[in-house]
Design a protein around this ligand. Sequence first.
Ligand SMILES: [Zn+2]
Length: 104
Amino acid sequence: MQKPPELVAVVARHPDWRCHRCAGTGALLVMEPQGPTCLQCAGLGHLEELPAGDALLSRRARAASKLSAVIVKWSQTRKRNERVGVLVEPEALAAARASMAADS
Ligand SMILES: [Zn+2]
């Protein structure tokens, strides 16, 4: 079975970018064929940002989240996108945090 393509949210490199649907802006954007889209228009506006650093928490939160996206940031020095975190449903993040607390 093939996994659906991973959703990717990009940290905006230019503060004055405009969403091609609503002309809004934000810290994160999703690249669509037509142009950059804000998280609200991309249907990801309700998701919560979880910075990278705790791999186990990220994995649990993503597993519990019906909808999730990877946050990437362009590294000028490495010339490639780097993962800086994930977007997950707030309830999934809360459940993942609770399961981590229960484990320790
Ligand atoms: Zn928009």
